[in-house]
Ligand binder design. Sequence first.
Ligand SMILES: *Cc1c(COP(=O)(O)O)cnc(C)c1O
Length: 244
Amino acid sequence: MNDTLVVSIRERYQRVLGQIAEAGLRSGRGAARLVVVTKSQPLEVVRAAVEAGISLLGENYAEEAVTKITALGQIAVEWHMIGHVQSRKAEVVAAHFSMLHSLDSLKLAARLDRFCAETGRTLPALIEVNVSGEESKFGFPAWDETAWPDLASTLAGLEQFPRLRVQGLMTMPPYFEDAERTRPYFSRMRRLQEYLAGRLPHFGWAELSMGTSADFIAAVEEGATFVRVGQAILGPRPPKSEKV
Ligand SMILES: *Cc1c(COP(=O)(O)O)cnc(C)c1O
């Protein structure tokens, strides 16, 4: 084990935890859970993160995650899927993850529901929404607030899938150097959460997954209950070719 790496990850992890706690107190919005994002990081870094005391990890790519989950073996860490899931990866996700942050289509919901039924489990899930209109982003369209009634009708279709337990919303807003420019998207998420809770009260809406290394403090101030932070804790991601 690379001790220097463990020490530096632990320091950055503690610093981010402190910043989350302060932001929660300052804004009065309370605590948020920290998902440490390991996408594209080699196994050595994932092991060091676990050694540093991190127990909630997030991955974007199903196959890459399974390699890491298998390599860690019996070590007790919780894995959340935070990236776009292709329908053909639904089985892997249903089998290996304790929460899905990126439910972005009814088609994916149908497949996940089927695999969960086969294995007798339920999968907590957050609905990914696109609150900016950026074309590169996944998620149900939610940037036009006048179209929220249509969004609510679409999401009502999730009622057919009892193995998925809807618990709230997730988003990946545009990147800005200045996190203040992201804040309006976070507050739109909170309004959408309130709106959907009124329209679809039989689902859970308590969770808001938003904020990365660039803007997690603003996200917590605006009501995030999960933040997803990678680089600020684990350091820069290696170029793709060096991926696990
Ligand atoms: C990569 C990623 C993150 C973390 O980004 P960092 O810049 O490493 O903090 C969070 N959420 C999603 C969906 C991601 O793909």
